[in-house]
Design a protein around this ligand. Structure first.
Ligand code: FO1
Length: 325
């Protein structure tokens, strides 16, 4: 069985970990990772979502932070701060810096981000084919208002320095118009038996992937059922900070609103099915009205067992949809 997952960072990586536990060797999993969070810092190319996926699935992730490396030290960060080098709000760990050095060296030697990601995964062996959504540079910037003045800040500054503490008035993906899908991405969607949109942020994680030319169309055209998992439980984002991104853009912070935003394939959207948490079962009629096959199951990925069950529930819904069409 071939499964293709379009993923952001932490939520998507956690879901894929459970998916691999569930399918074992019975499936080939391809993960198309968001690269619009990427940032150039101190001359290094940092790819947070690709690295979170690679470290989480490869066993190197820091379990408490859920980004960056376990057993990390911060000498480079401290030395940079001692020089007064800006920014100081983004934590580059010493072990993590090696990843960015290898990536930057390969990019400057002319390799593509796809080549770089493949090379880094030789060491980490994540158990999936990890593809960037595009090899082109795309960066999400968030338009915020500060004292009546609007300005655009890099997503990482909004997320890490500002802790998403102010509403986002707009989200702009710099470079998205020139971005082509990375090699293998469209094929991974077209040839999949199941496509999954895991509980990643619909605006800044899955949104950029769907905005790459050809990817949303590939979802609409694939013979595979496309099933999404709500990143919202109750009235809030599971990891807290995404709410400001959604409300700032006029999006209701609810499981059904996110489903409606993705839309049903039968109506020009990208989804067939949508999983909401049991606590949001009352929203299933709205999900059905949007033309989607909805199910209410436990969504909170509190440990490997519940995450594996969520993955199983996702595949079960895909199978039900697949046999129907
Ligand atoms: N998140 C933070 O909240 N603080 C940080 O200092 C930070 C550094 C960092 C470095 C490398 C990396 O791959 C991720 C990092 N993150 C940090 C997480 C990152 O901002 C988010 O994981 C994604 O960009 C959002 O999905």
């Amino acid at each position: 069985m071939r499964i293709t997952v379009l993923s952001g960072g932490i939520g998507g990586a956690t879901f894929v970990r459970g998916l691999l536990d569930e399918v074992g060797d019975d499936a080939d999993v391809t993960v198309v990772g968001n690269t619009a969070d990427d940032i150039w810092l101190f001359g290094l190319k940092v790819c947070p979502d690709l690295d979170t996926l690679m470290y989480t699935l490869g066993g190197g992730i820091d379990a408490e932070r859920r980004w960056g490396r376990a057993d990390e030290t911060w000498s480079v960060k401290e030395e940079l701060a001692a020089y007064g080098a800006q920014p100081t709000w983004f934590g580059l760990g010493d072990r993590d810096v090696a990843t960015h050095l290898v990536r930057t060296q390969m990019l400057q030697a002319g390799y593509s981000l796809t080549d770089v990601t493949r090379a880094l995964c030789v060491r980490w062996d994540p158990g999936v084919t990890l593809l960037p959504m595009t090899d082109h540079r795309v960066e999400t910037h968030v338009v915020v208002e500060d004292g009546g003045r609007r300005s655009a800040v890099h997503f990482q500054e909004y997320w890490v320095r500002m802790r998403a503490s102010v509403p986002a008035h707009d989200v702009v993906m710099i470079g998205i118009d020139d971005a082509e899908p990375a090699p293998g991405v469209l094929e991974a969607i077209a040839e999949a038996d199941v496509v999954v949109l895991p509980p990643s942020n619909p605006v800044v994680s899955i949104g950029p992937v769907l905005a790459v030319r050809g990817i949303a169309d590939a979802l609409r055209a694939t013979a595979a059922p496309v099933v999404g998992v709500s990143p919202i439980i109750g009235g809030g984002a599971v990891r807290g900070m995404a709410d400001q991104l959604l409300t700032g853009l006029g999006l209701e912070v609810s499981a059904s609103a996110v489903a409606t935003r993705y839309g049903a394939r039968a109506r020009g959207g990208v989804l067939d099915g949508w999983l909401v948490d049991t606590s949001d079962a009352s929203q299933l009629p709205v999900v059905a009205e949007a033309g989607l096959e909805g199910r209410a199951v436990p969504l909170y990925m509190s440990d490997p067992a519940t995450t594996r069950t969520l993955a199983a529930d996702t595949l079960a819904l895909a199978r039900e949809i697949g046999t129907r069409s």
